[in-house]
Design a protein around this ligand. Structure first.
Ligand SMILES: Cc1ncc(C[n+]2csc(CCOP(=O)(O)OP(=O)(O)O)c2C)c(N)n1
Length: 315
């Protein structure tokens, strides 16, 4: 890729250099680790990372080793976006005073850290319109502490706090519409992405960094332990999430919605579900209604996105 080009046309144009390096302790087949590797391919230096607690943080920074070849700070869940906003403003002032250069600031947190615990700080940072990118890697539960359900866990999924038994059959509530919440702040750019579509993801990270103001990317990152599937299946399952319309890939630029991956002939949702142990019980006759409900949600969401694409506005 020529130095002046902003985006990557093919995967071969992506730089070989890794700012997220091997040797970390994330699982074999870990979706979040792939998301980190890909996201770091899009950075424009200088860049600083603000990383909330979670699998990525604890497994990439065990003293005396670190997997990040760029400035990186660990923060708590609650203040991830607040710390990122403080850092970005500090860089701005330092540059203004001629004492340093502006850095891109990327906040990174899991779904527990974003959908639930860090939501207030995220809302504040988006509303104050700091120049920063927030990436939420979504493995649909609090994985680092033993697979507890989060606001991102889909209905019907078995987790340790939404177990399958006589009383309930997996999580009873729907997944939170996080990107809807983000877009309600009228941010200039928000997008979804999947590690099965690396070029789309990398270019979205680059685009988000190029845009002035707060930007947000929600990337789906399967978890071999929590979703209960063999490590070799991570990319296949990520792709099935997209091809069944379970996780639509779209972006919102200044409120205009574009579905980036048109899935005209979706694969049956069952193909995505049956590949994972956390949904095993949904194929028992007693849980047919949960399966049907989940299918209805997927269809409803896709139709809603199509309509919003037509209207040209998210909300
Ligand atoms: C305020 C607070 N509550 C709970 C914890 C314990 N804790 C550490 S990691 C973690 C799970 C994080 O889940 P998520 O953000 O989804 O990231 P993942 O572990 O799935 O990568 C929890 C609950 C904590 N560190 N701080």
């Amino acid at each position: 890729m020529a130095a002046q080009e902003k985006y990557f046309k093919t995967i071969k144009d992506v730089p070989l250099e890794d700012y997220f390096t091997p040797g970390h302790r994330l699982c074999a087949g870990c979706g979040p680790s792939l998301a980190m590797k890909l996201a770091m391919k899009a950075v424009r230096m200088p860049t600083a990372i603000v990383n909330a607690t979670g699998c990525v943080e604890v497994s990439t920074s065990m003293f005396p080793y670190v997997s990040w070849k760029l400035p990186w700070i660990h923060v708590a869940f609650e203040n991830t976006a607040a710390v990122a906003s403080g850092i970005t403003e500090a860089f701005r002032i330092l540059e203004k005073k001629g004492r340093g250069s502006m850095h891109d600031v990327i906040a990174i947190a899991g779904d527990g850290g974003t959908f639930d615990i860090g939501l207030q700080a995220l809302s504040g940072a988006l509303e104050r319109r700091h120049k920063m990118l927030y990436i939420c890697y979504d493995n649909e539960a609090y994985m680092n502490t033993g697979i507890q359900r989060s606001g991102a866990t889909p209905m019907g999924a078995a987790t340790t706090t939404s177990p399958v038994g006589k009383v309930i059959s997996g999580k009873q509530e729907r997944k939170k519409d996080l990107i809807g919440i983000v877009v309600a702040h009228k941010v200039p750019y928000a997008a979804t992405a999947s590690i099965s579509h690396p070029l789309d993801f990398i270019n979205k990270v680059r685009k988000a960094l190029e845009i002035e103001g707060p930007t947000f990317i929600h990337v789906l990152t399967p978890c071999t332990l929590g979703w209960r599937y063999p490590p070799s299946q991570t990319i296949k399952i990520s792709r099935l999430a997209v091809e069944t319309r379970y996780f639509p890939i779209f972006e919102l630029e200044y409120g205009k919605l574009k579905i980036n991956i048109k899935v005209s002939k979706p694969r049956p949702l069952e193909e995505f579900l049956e590949a994972q142990g956390r949904f095993k019980h949904l194929f028992e006759p007693a849980n047919k209604d949960v399966l049907e409900n989940l299918k209805m949600q997927v269809e409803e969401n896709w139709n809603r996105l199509l309509k919003l694409e037509e209207i040209g506005l998210y909300a």
